[in-house]
Design a protein around this ligand. Sequence first.
Ligand SMILES: [Fe+2]
Ligand SMILES: [Fe+2]
Length: 222
Amino acid sequence: MRHLLYREHKYVSAAFNNLERVIAKADFREEEDLSKVTQNFEELVGMLMGHAAHEDNSFHTLLAQKGSSVHAGAEEDHIFLDKQILKIRECIEKIKAAADGEKVQKGYDLYLTYRKFVADNLIHLHEEETQILPELQRLYTDQELQQIEAKTYQAMTPDQMLHMMQVLFPEMNPSDKEAFLTDIHHLQPKKFEAIWKQIETTLSQKEQEMFSEKFGQTHQKV
Ligand SMILES: [Fe+2]
Ligand SMILES: [Fe+2]
């Protein structure tokens, strides 16, 4: 199997859908519910902006360097994302400004707008995985693709790496987790060693057994 990118999309998709459920169930007559939706949405926005910037700066730059333009649509989507975010913020402001009798209707408007935003973005993730990834795999070797995250992992502290895995791993299967662990182990062995015992606690018993030989023994030797 070729080296995969975009594994974190499983987490992105889950985050989109988790907030959709929160918005679907919110009683917008209650200030507490509106502030929870607002806070969750701004957290999602922060994550999405970082995610899109990483793709623009890393993946798309690599494609442009080889003369490919397959990422043009994805870059337009990233620009469109900013507009969608503004539209959702406007919906939230309209709920805040609405009279009590209008808040449920304005909340429903937010729900529809947000769900369309999710639908558009799930298509965006799909296109990245089915159009951009094959192009990157065609133009670069697996070793070169593994190096994409080298700078990121070099800049991250062990605690930041641990936090990243604690956030991503609950949405991933054992193969995805093994791929993350393999990359970090290969690119930053000392940092890996510092957090391996804590990472183990985020894994199931079965995963611990699966990975202990590969990472645990190497850990002893590092
Ligand atoms: Fe993207
Ligand atoms: Fe993406």
